[in-house]
Design a protein around this ligand. Structure first.
Ligand SMILES: *Cc1c(COP(=O)(O)O)cnc(C)c1O
Length: 367
């Protein structure tokens, strides 16, 4: 019998997904392992990705980068969300590349490097149309006037796409055009970064022209599609989903037709049936608004959610003839059960959020 709830991570699937993407590109692969490797577990996934041919790692936060270094992982590593005031010195000491999108950052990172007597490695982020991180065209022009005065090692130049998951969108072409113009400006200023990177998973799959030196591979590495509507499912892209979730039935009981279930009484049994109380709830990352379009699978039989998801538990309708017992294990999503994409649809969200939000209190089991 398993634990209350478990996330099962198939590292073989992650290895296969990376190899699949590598087979389609000349570019190197940077494995994006932010947010606890999209919920799959930072260190095991990082090691697996590197063993499967990824040459770089990328994270959002410095604390994630520090955890990788503390685990003894020495691969090239970039952290791209580093507000002023964070521990740049430690990052520089640990050979963590930093992203740069303002002159303020250039000053702060340079100053941390100077006090260590070490030249910081930075990647300049350009906002080519995402409207989020990165230098705007105006700010970039201003930066270029002083870029050579900073004691910084300009390793990379990069941008991020807003709509690459809709393969036909002209906005992506426009982002590439703006990016290339900025890259030309950078080169005229005498700065020739060794690494130029634009592509996320969607662009890695659909835009060879955007691959350049390296693709930043996130969701596809985990076997999921960047957008099931416009690109099809992960499986149709030749990917294997790596995560499945199982939980224990804390209680199984027979109830009469017309029984209201859970807060608000929004679920009511239509026949005499068997309820299963699943030991996972919204504090574990199960979205509270998930509909009865999904639920669990027990011995190959689907049992939909009934009523609202609570903080630590939710209830499924196992059906009148169910032979489930207290303590049996059920599958929430994974091979042989509902898919992560079905859970996303039933929760009005995207597959990224379903996997990422599974709480760290749920143990990860690797196979
Ligand atoms: C998260 C992230 C990625 C990966 O995106 P996917 O769509 O999951 O492939 C790539 N680059 C940056 C900057 C990111 O923040």
């Amino acid at each position: 019998m398993g634990q209350r709830a478990e996330v099962h991570v198939d590292l073989g699937a992650i290895a296969s997904n990376i190899k699949k993407i590598r087979g389609n590109t000349e570019a190197e692969v940077l494995a994006v392992v932010k947010a606890n490797a999209y919920g799959h577990g930072l260190i095991p996934v990082a090691n697996c990705a590197l063993e499967s041919g990824a040459t770089w790692l990328g994270v959002a936060l410095l604390e994630e980068a520090f955890a990788l270094r503390e685990a003894g992982i020495s691969a090239p590593l970039i952290a791209w969300l580093t507000p002023l005031g964070e521990d740049f010195s430690r990052a520089i000491e640990l050979n963590i590349d930093l992203s740069l999108a303002s002159i303020d950052h250039a000053r702060a990172i340079e100053s941390a490097g100077k006090s260590l007597g070490k030249k910081p490695r930075v990647h300049i982020e350009f906002d080519s149309g995402m409207g989020r991180g990165g230098f705007t065209e105006e700010d970039f022009t201003e930066f270029l006037e002083v870029a050579n005065t900073f004691e910084l090692d300009y390793i990379g130049f990069w941008t991020h796409f807003a709509r690459a998951d809709e393969p036909e969108r002209p906005e992506t072409d426009s982002q590439i055009t703006h990016f290339d113009a900025a890259l030309a400006q950078l080169k005229s200023a005498g700065i020739n970064p060794q690494l130029v990177h634009l592509a996320n998973s969607a662009a890695a799959q659909t835009r060879i022209g955007a691959h350049r030196n390296i693709v930043r591979l996130g969701i596809s590495m985990y076997g999921l599609s960047p957008d099931v509507t416009s690109m099809g499912s992960g499986e149709s892209l030749g990917l294997i989903p790596a995560m499945s979730v199982v939980a224990t039935l804390a209680l199984v009981k027979k109830v009469k037709a017309g029984t209201p279930v859970g807060y608000g009484g929004v679920g009511v049994t239509s026949v005499d049936t068997t309820l299963g109380i699943v030991a996972m709830g919204y504090s574990d990352g199960i979205p509270r608004n998930t509909s009865s379009a999904v639920g669990v699978t027990f011995h190959g039989v689907k049992a939909p959610i009934i009523g609202r998801v609570s903080m630590d538990q939710f209830v499924v309708d196992l059906g009148p003839g169910s032979e489930a017992k207290n303590g049996d294990q059920v599958l929430l999503f994974g091979a042989g059960g509902y898919s992560i994409d079905e859970w996303a649809e039933a929760s009005k969200t995207i597959n990224y959020e379903i996997v990422t939000r599974i709480a760290s209190r749920v143990p990860r089991i690797y196979g």
